[in-house]
Design a protein around this ligand. Structure first.
Ligand SMILES: [Zn+2]
Length: 1025
C-alpha cells in the first residue's frame, strides 16, 4: 500500500506492517490503514517515514540488552559505573523546537539533533561505549528524520545494550505541580513509541528524575506500578543529604504508597553531584576541563595526575555509598553535542585508571548505565533502609527553598488542567461515537505530555517558552474540536433519522471572564455538557448573555436565572464581551454521557435577584450557613446538617514581599520562579477596608468582596450545594513600588490543628505534614514560612477531633498551615528578580500591557473528619473531570430540534460504584480499547467506600460491543502484567519486595468482573467482538 505524508512524500509499504505500526495509527485512521490501497495527507509531517515502518525487533533471545548486557565489575574492587548522559530539557530557556534544532544560540548553545547525531557516530567507533537517552519528545523528532541505515544502526545499539532508553516518558516530568493522570499519560506516550519502534529492548526499567526539584511519593508509586525496578534522582534537601552522606543511606527502598503495599515499593537512589560530571573531568565542549594528554614526551603530559585525582574522587564517593559499586554520571545539560571529544577522553581515562590495578589500585572503572548500576546493587547481598514520606519541600541551602514553583505561572497551571480535561473527554467521544480519530488526538496528547516537563507546568521557564507551551495546548484543543464535532455528528443523530444537518459545536474558553462572543445576541443556541465521569453529576453552569433566555432540556423548561456580571469581571483587561448578565441553571447529567440545553431568547429581561451593599450578609442553603459582617469579613460557616460551626478569625488576601537579593551568597538569595523567599515572615493584609455586595437569587447566593482595585473574591453558595465556592481574582499586581509580591489567600479558623496539616501528592494519596518538622532528619529552621510550604495539587485540610476544614483547588498551588487553625494558599506571584537557577528572567507575567490578571477557585467544606473523604474524593474528581461544555448556534425551533436530535444519552445503563473512577478510555484501533479504572479512596478513609470493590467492565462497553478478550497491562500500558517481573529487594526489616498481591496477578480474566482495592489503578487492553 501507499502512504503519503502531508509534506508530499510517498512510500510503498507492506500492508501487514502498516497495520501493526502503532506509530502510523497515531497519524492515520485504521480505516485507511486497512484499506490496502492508500493513506494520504498525514496530519503532521512524516519525512522519511519509511524506516519507521520496519517491524519492531522484539525477539529478546536474539539480543543482549537490559540486564543481560550489563558488566557487573569485580567483587573484590571498587567498581565505578561510568554513565555518559545528556540532560535535555523539553523547553526551559529555549522552546522544545529551539532546543531540538539548536536555534537561539544567543540564549543557550544547545541543539539536541547534534547530540543524537554525534552519539551515534561515537557509539559506532567503540563497542564498549554506552549512552542513555531519556526525553522521547526529542528522540521522536530525531528518529523521524533518520535514514534506514542510521535507524538500523541505532536498533543494533539498543539491542546490544549500548544505547539504553531510561525513563522513556515524552519528558522528565515535574513532580511538584503535576497530576497523576498526566504523569501516567506522558509516560505511556513515550513508552508506546519505544515499544513500537524497538520492542522489548526499548523498554526502560529505571526512572531517571535527575533534575526535578523535590520528589513526590506518588511518582515513585506510579513508576513501581509501571513495572520499573528503580528510580534515581539528583536533588535532595541539603539537610537530608548531610545525614544520608554520613550514614551511607543515599539508597533505599521507598514504600511509596500507604495503600498499595509492595506494588508501590521502589528501589530509589540519590545520585552524587546531582547529575553532573566529577569536578575537573568534564571533556564536553560546553564546559571543558583539560583533556587527557597521554604523550609522555610532552611537557603537558598529565596522565598520572589525572588518574590519581580520579582514583581519589572514586574513593571519596564510595565513603558515602553502601556498597563497592558507585555511579559516576558524565554529562550535563545538553552535553555530547560533540560526543567524540567526550568519549575519546573517557576511553583513555578508563584505560589509564584500570592500568593502575597492577600497581595495587582497587578502582575498576567501566562504561555502564543506571540500570546496570542498579542491577549490580541488586546482586550485592544486603538489605536496604526504607522511606515512607516524600522529598518535599526541597532546599539547596538555608535560604533556598524551592517552594515558589508550586504556584509560579498560575494561569499556565490552570490551562494545563483544563487541557487535560478536554483530552480525556475527546478520547471518550472518539470511543463512544465509534470514530477513529486517534491521529487527531495526538496533537493534544503530545502537547499535554510536553507540558508535564519539569520546566513547563512548573512555571520555571522563560516567558517565550511558557507562551510556546500554551500555544501547543491551544493548537491541540483546536484539533480536539474536530474530534468533538465528528463525535457529536454521530451521537446527536436519533436512531430513526437518516439525514440530519450537522451542527457545529464550539468551545467558549473565556467563560471564566463571562465572555462568549459567538452567542451574544443569538436568538437560539444549544449548550451540550458531556459528563466524563461514570456517575451522574449535578452542578451549575453560568452562561454569559446579552439578553434573557428560556432554557429547556429534553423534559421541557428548567429553572434559570439572570445574575449580574460583576464589575471586577467587566474590567478584566482584554475582555471584549458586552454580556452584563450570566444566565445560571442547574445541570443534571447522566453518567458518561451528555445533556443538551436549548436556549431561546425572551422578549423581556427578568432580573429577580436582590442586592445589598455593605450590610451583614448571610448566605444560606440546605447545607451551610455563611455569615459575613458588614465590613466584608467572613466570620462563620456552619454545616447545618451536622451542626458543625467554624469561626473565622481572618479570611482574605495577604502578601509577602519577595526577597530581592543578588544571589551572590546564600543570604542574598532572591525569590524567583523556583524559590519562594519572603523578606519578612509576616504576610501583610492587602487592604484594611473592603467593600461588600450581597446578591441573592433562588439558585445562588453571592457575596462579592472587593479588597482593592486589583483583588477581589466572590463567595458563592448554590442551592443544595455541598460546598462553598470562592472565586478569587488577582491582578494586575502593582509593582510601581519596585517590590515583588507573593499573593496568598488565607483562612484562619478556630480549629486546634496541633501543627498538623494534610496535602495531596499529585492529586491522589494524602500526606500528613507537621509544621517545622521533617520525619527523617533533624530539621534546622531557617525559613519559617517558605520551609513549611508543600505542593497542593488538589486539596489541603486541617482538622481536630470533630471538625475538618477542607479546601479543594482548581490547579496546583503552594500551601501551608503556619499557625494552628490556619491554611494559606499562594495564588499568584509577580517578582522583579531572578533566583539565579537558570531561567535568567524575573517572573513578571503581563498581558494587554499590564500585569497578568489571574482568576481561580477554591472549594471549601466543613464536615466531620470521618466523613470528609466522601466530600473531597468525589468532588475533587468532579472538579478535575468537569463536564465539557460546547455551544452551537441553532436555526430550528425547540420542537424541531427535539424531533431531529438526540438531547440526552448515556453510555451506561448500570449504576457503577461511587468509589471507582474511569481514568482512561482510549480507542486504539477498530477492535481494541485501552481502559484504566481506579479505586480513588484510601484505606480507612471512609466507612463505606474504603473497601475492595467489584465492577463489571462490560458495563462501560455496553454501547460499544461484547468484550471478547481482556488483557491486563502494567500501568504504562506497555507490558502484559503477567510478563512483569521486577527485581527482588530486601529491606532492613527483612521484608522482601516480591509482589504477591493476588489481584495484580489476575491478568487472564474468565469474566468481565474485576476487583479494585483502595487506591488501585488497573489497566486493560480490551478487544471487542
Ligand atoms: Zn532540567
Amino acid at each position: 500500500m501507499k502512504i503519503v505524508s502531508n509534506d508530499g512524500q510517498e512510500f510503498d509499504i507492506d500492508s501487514d506492517i502498516a497495520k501493526q505500526s502503532t506509530m502510523l495509527k497515531m497519524f492515520f485512521d485504521d480505516e485507511c490503514l486497512n484499506s490496502i490501497i492508500e493513506c494520504s495527507d498525514g496530519p503532521i509531517p512524516l519525512p522519511n517515514v519509511k524506516g519507521s515502518l520496519q517491524k519492531p525487533i522484539s525477539l529478546k533471545s536474539l539480543n543482549k540488552c537490559g540486564y543481560d548486557a550489563c558488566t557487573l565489575g569485580d567483587a573484590t574492587k571498587l567498581n565505578v559505573h561510568l554513565v555518559p548522559h545528556s540532560h535535555d530539557d523539553v523547553g526551559f530557556v529555549k522552546t522544545l523546537d529551539e532546543y531540538y534544532y539548536g536555534s537561539r544560540s544567543d540564549l543557550q548553545h544547545a541543539g539536541v539533533q547534534y547530540i543524537l547525531d554525534s552519539v551515534v557516530l561515537a557509539l559506532d567507533e567503540n563497542p564498549d561505549r554506552r549512552f542513555i537517552y531519556v526525553e522521547i519528545a526529542f528522540f521522536y523528532r530525531w528518529w523521524l528524520q533518520q535514514t534506514d541505515e542510521i535507524r538500523n544502526k541505532v536498533k543494533d545499539f539498543v539491542n546490544s545494550g549500548r544505547l539504553e532508553f531510561i525513563s522513556g516518558g515524552w519528558c522528565m516530568n515535574d513532580e511538584g505541580t503535576t497530576h497523576y493522570n498526566s504523569i501516567i499519560d506522558q509516560h505511556s506516550l513515550g513508552l508506546e513509541f519505544l515499544n513500537d519502534q524497538f520492542g522489548e529492548c526499548g523498554r526502560p526499567k529505571i526512572g531517571w528524575q535527575i533534575d526535578p526539584f523535590g520528589h513526590s511519593r506518588e511518582q515513585a508509586s506510579l513508576l513501581a506500578q509501571m513495572g520499573f525496578d528503580g528510580l534515581f534522582f539528583g536533588r535532595a534537601d541539603y539537610q537530608d543529604l548531610q545525614k544520608r552522606n554520613t550514614t551511607k543511606s543515599m539508597e533505599m527502598i521507598w514504600k511509596a504508597s500507604a495503600n498499595l503495599d509492595r506494588q508501590s515499593w521502589l528501589f530509589t537512589g540519590i545520585l552524587p553531584r546531582r547529575y553532573s560530571t566529577p569536578a575537573t573531568f568534564s571533556f564536553d565542549f560546553i564546559a571543558p576541563d583539560d583533556p587527557i594528554i597521554d604523550n609522555i614526551n610532552l611537557p603537558d603530559y598529565n596522565v598520572p595526575e589525572r588518574v590519581q585525582t580520579f582514583i581519589q574522587t572514586a574513593q571519596n564517593e564510595s565513603m558515602e555509598y553502601a556498597t563497592n559499586h558507585i555511579i559516576m554520571t558524565f554529562g550535563g545539560d545538553f552535553q555530547y553535542q560533540n560526543a567524540l571529544a567526550n568519549y575519546k577522553n573517557l576511553d583513555k581515562l578508563i584505560k589509564y585508571v584500570n592500568d593502575q590495578q597492577i600497581n595495587g589500585s582497587n578502582v575498576n572503572v567501566f562504561y555502564s548505565t543506571p540500570s546496570c548500576y542498579l542491577y549490580a546493587l541488586n546482586k550485592v547481598n544486603r538489605s536496604w533502609i526504607t522511606k515512607t514520606d516524600d522529598f518535599f519541600p526541597h532546599a539547596h541551602h538555608p535560604h533556598g527553598f524551592w517552594t515558589g514553583y508550586f504556584t509560579s505561572r498560575p494561569a499556565l497551571k490552570r490551562f494545563e488542567r483544563y487541557s487535560n480535561n478536554i483530552l480525556q473527554v475527546i478520547r471518550q467521544l472518539n470511543t463512544f461515537s465509534n470514530s477513529q480519530l486517534r491521529n487527531q488526538i495526538f496533537s493534544l496528547s503530545e502537547a499535554m505530555a510536553i507540558a508535564q516537563h519539569h520546566d513547563a507546568v512548573s512555571g520555571t521557564e522563560k516567558q517565550h517558552v511558557a507562551n510556546d507551551y500554551a500555544q501547543r495546548l491551544s493548537i491541540g484543543i483546536d484539533a480536539a474540536l474536530n474530534v468533538i464535532n465528528t463525535a457529536y455528528s454521530k451521537l446527536l443523530i436519533k436512531d430513526n433519522q437518516s439525514t440530519t444537518t450537522e451542527i457545529q459545536q464550539f468551545l467558549c474558553q473565556l467563560t471564566n471572564i463571562s465572555e462568549c462572543l459567538p452567542i451574544e445576541n443569538a436568538k437560539q443556541f444549544t449548550v451540550i455538557l458531556w459528563n466524563p465521569i461514570i456517575h451522574p453529576v449535578v452542578g451549575y453552569l453560568r452562561v454569559p448573555v446579552t439578553r434573557s433566555y428560556t432554557v429547556r432540556d429534553s423534559s421541557g423548561q428548567i429553572r434559570s436565572e439572570l445574575v449580574p456580571v460583576s464589575n471586577s469581571t467587566k474590567t478584566i483587561p482584554g475582555r471584549m464581551s458586552n454580556a452584563t448578565n450570566q444566565l445560571i441553571f442547574k445541570y443534571n447529567l447522566p453518567a458518561l454521557g451528555f445533556n443538551t440545553y436549548y436556549f431561546e431568547a425572551n422578549e423581556e429581561e427578568e432580573e429577580k435577584f436582590e442586592i445589598t451593599k455593605n450590610e451583614i450578609c448571610i448566605l444560606q442553603n440546605q447545607n451551610f450557613r455563611i455569615e459575613i459582617d458588614e465590613q466584608g469579613n467572613l466570620k462563620r460557616i456552619i454545616n447545618l446538617q451536622k451542626n458543625i460551626n467554624i469561626t473565622f478569625l481572618n479570611q482574605g488576601f495577604y502578601w509577602y514581599q519577595s526577597y530581592s537579593g543578588n544571589n551572590s551568597q546564600f543570604d542574598f538569595q532572591a525569590s524567583g520562579a523556583y524559590i519562594f523567599r519572603p523578606l519578612t515572615q509576616d504576610a501583610k493584609p492587602i487592604s484594611t477596608k473592603r467593600s461588600l455586595k450581597c446578591i441573592k437569587s433562588e439558585l445562588v447566593q453571592t457575596a462579592i468582596i472587593i479588597f482593592n482595585e486589583w483583588i477581589s473574591q466572590e463567595i458563592n453558595l448554590y442551592d443544595e450545594g455541598e460546598d462553598i465556592e470562592i472565586e478569587w481574582t488577582v491582578g494586575p499586581i502593582p509593582i510601581e513600588d519596585n517590590l515583588g509580591k507573593e499573593i496568598i489567600l488565607r483562612y484562619d479558623t478556630d480549629i486546634k490543628s496541633q501543627s498538623k496539616y494534610y496535602t495531596d501528592a499529585n492529586g491522589r494519596e494524602v500526606l500528613q505534614r507537621i509544621r517545622n518538622y521533617r520525619p527523617t532528619y533533624n530539621y534546622t529552621i531557617t525559613e519559617p514560612v517558605s520551609g513549611n510550604y508543600y505542593p497542593v495539587n488538589s486539596r489541603i485540610w486541617i482538622n481536630e477531633t470533630n471538625r475538618q476544614f477542607t479546601i479543594l483547588t482548581d490547579r496546583s498551588e503552594g500551601g501551608a498551615s503556619l499557625i494552628d487553625g490556619s491554611i494559606e494558599l499562594m495564588i499568584h506571584r509577580r517578582l522583579l528578580y531572578d533566583d539565579n537557577l537558570g531561567v535568567g528572567e524575573a517572573l513578571n507575567e503581563s498581558a494587554f500591557g499590564q500585569g497578568l490578571v489571574v482568576r481561580g477557585k477554591h472549594f471549601l467544606n466543613i464536615d466531620l473528619p470521618q466523613t470528609s473523604a466522601l466530600y473531597h474524593r468525589i468532588h475533587s474528581q468532579e472538579l478535575f473531570m468537569s463536564p465539557l461544555v460546547t455551544y452551537a448556534l441553532i436555526n430550528s425551533s425547540y420542537m424541531n430540534y427535539s424531533n431531529l436530535y438526540r438531547q440526552t444519552w448515556s453510555a451506561l445503563s448500570d449504576i457503577l460504584p461511587s468509589n471507582i473512577h474511569l481514568l482512561t478510555l482510549d480507542r486504539l484501533n477498530e477492535k481494541q480499547y485501552l481502559i484504566r479504572l481506579e479505586h480513588y479512596f484510601e484505606l480507612n478513609e471512609d466507612e463505606k467506600y474504603s473497601y475492595p470493590t467489584k465492577i463489571n467492565l462490560q458495563s462501560i462497553f455496553k454501547s460499544i460491543g461484547i468484550i471478547e478478550k481482556i488483557l491486563e497491562l502494567t500501568l504504562d500500558a506497555n507490558l502484559e502484567l503477567s510478563q512483569m517481573n521486577r527485581l527482588h529487594w530486601l529491606t532492613d526489616n527483612d521484608e522482601l519486595l516480591l509482589q504477591t498481591n493476588d489481584s495484580t496477578k489476575q491478568h487472564s480474566l474468565v469474566d468481565t468482573n474485576i476487583i479494585l482495592n483502595p487506591m488501585q489503578i488497573r489497566t486493560f487492553r480490551i478487544t471487542i467482538v
